[in-house]
Design a protein. Structure first.
Length: 454
């Protein structure tokens, strides 16, 4: 028995450590998925792991570094001291790192003085340049007048900034190689500046003073935006190659009504494939009235998502129908209507205006937060009767709707005539059950929920 136990122990000791014998580049890839705090901790595993973390190309730093050192606001006796200790940890990590750094992400701890940390970032820029940083994320935690860091010496391809300042001088060339820009609560020295972005493909602007016309980006394909309000200066001119667009407002805009905003915004986006309208942006588009259809159609538009539309507002309904008529190849439609004025009767309007109209390629329709009002049922009835290729219509009722009202609403929908023999109506318990009806809308709504009250 003793001999068997000895053999078993020997086999355990002789069992290979499969992770440690992996090629060095594979080990580095594994460590890249860990926060820098946990990556550094692997140095105690064995001799072969001692210096492995010092060559990983991705460094992600946040307040977990201080938490691991048991450094908090309370034992630092002030945000200034906490910021200095945080910076000292980052400095040590950068000093011990030996290889190139392709991605550097820095999130300011909430209990640290953001201005102190921000002042150190400029000192790290020359190091980032030597290390070949391509992706930089800097997320501040204050709204003060921070100094704008100089990114001109970096050949960045991806820049994400939050609660900081974006510099601009005639010699500034920091956006030349950028393919992705994400700006959240970012200020600029001037509001009418123009950034040249010759290879920019994706732009995200969340609650910032900057607008799309501040970027000269002829190759831009994806544009995501969220603003508090909107002005008549808003324009997408020069972005004719745009393929995906989403925008939302946190409150209703007050707009002049001399021109049609929906035509001004979308009229020249002939390559657009996805449009997502969140929050109150539909109110802005409806200002100035909507034509029957655009002078030039949107032949590539396949997915349309509209949130917070007021189906009792004739101007917003007209805007929706203008988009439907102008998108002959639309395949997916999502509508979320959860704010209403006093109910009106559009029944005759639907029948009169769309008797011979068909949404020829529409296959998937999703309604969220339906209350069972007559205007909603009329829209459902219209789409069922004018979509010959419809496969599925997902219906999600508002949580406040009582069960008996919901049953009556669904029974009435089942009786509606359908242009498609295979069209099905499915009731959902949660809007997310409808796959791919516009997930980017949810992301914009999350941004609003997080930032609107800051």
């Amino acid at each position: 028995m003793a001999e068997c136990s000895t053999r078993k122990i020997s086999r355990i000791h002789l069992k290979k450590d499969r992770i440690s014998v992996l090629p060095r580049n594979i080990q580095e890839t594994i460590l890249c998925f860990l926060p820098i705090r946990d990556a550094v901790r692997t140095s105690v595993l064995s001799r072969s792991w001692r210096h492995c973390w010092t060559t990983i190309p991705n460094l992600v730093s946040d307040e977990n570094i201080l938490t691991a050192m048991s450094i908090t606001f309370d034992n630092c006796h002030g945000s200034e001291l906490a910021a200095v200790k945080f910076v000292s940890v980052i400095n040590k990590v950068l000093l011990l790192h030996n290889g190139p750094i392709l991605k550097f992400s820095l999130s300011f701890p909430s209990f640290c003085d953001g201005e102190i940390i921000h002042n150190y970032v400029d000192q790290w820029i020359p190091l980032f340049s030597r290390k070949g940083v391509k992706q930089l994320t800097l997320e501040g935690n204050c709204h003060g007048d921070l100094k704008a860091c100089n990114y001109s010496s970096l050949d960045l391809t991806h820049l994400r900034l939050a609660f900081v300042w974006l510099p601009y001088t005639p010699a500034f060339r920091g956006l030349t190689y950028l393919r992705i820009i994400e700006l959240i609560e970012v200020g600029a020295s001037e509001q009418n500046i123009i950034f040249d972005c010759p290879v920019l493909e994706k732009l995200t602007l969340i609650c910032t003073e900057l607008l799309p016309f501040n970027f000269r980006a002829p190759k831009l394909k994806i544009l995501h935006q969220m603003y508090g309000g909107m002005t008549s200066e808003y324009s997408l001119a020069g972005l004719e190659n745009l393929k995906e667009f989403s925008c939302g407002l946190s409150y209703d805009p007050e707009m002049p009504k001399e021109t049609s905003n929906v035509v001004k915004v979308f009229g020249n986006l002939h390559k657009i494939e996805k449009i997502s309208i969140a929050k109150c942006f539909i109110t802005y588009l409806a200002a100035g009235g909507s034509p029957n259809r655009f002078p030039n159609p949107l032949p590539y538009l396949k997915t349309l998502s509209i949130s917070n539309i007021n189906l009792n507002c004739l101007s917003e309904v007209s805007c929706l129908l203008c988009l439907l008529r102008s998108a002959p190849n639309l395949c997916k439609l999502h509508i979320s209507a959860n704010q209403y004025a006093e109910e009106e009767n559009f029944k005759d309007y639907w029948k009169e205006d769309f008797e011979n109209y068909a949404v020829g390629h529409l296959e998937i329709v999703t309604f969220s937060y339906l209350k069972g009002l007559q205007v909603e049922l009329e829209l459902v009835k219209f789409l069922l009767a004018h979509t010959p290729l419809l496969k599925t219509m997902f219906i999600h009722r508002d949580p406040d709707v009582k069960k008996d009202v919901a049953i009556k609403m669904l029974e009435e929908m089942v009786e509606f005539s359908r242009a498609s023999s295979r069209a099905q109506i499915k009731h959902l318990k949660c809007p997310s059950d409808a796959v791919d009806y516009g997930a980017w809308v949810n992301q914009l709504n999350i941004y609003v929920d997080e930032l609107i009250f800051l």
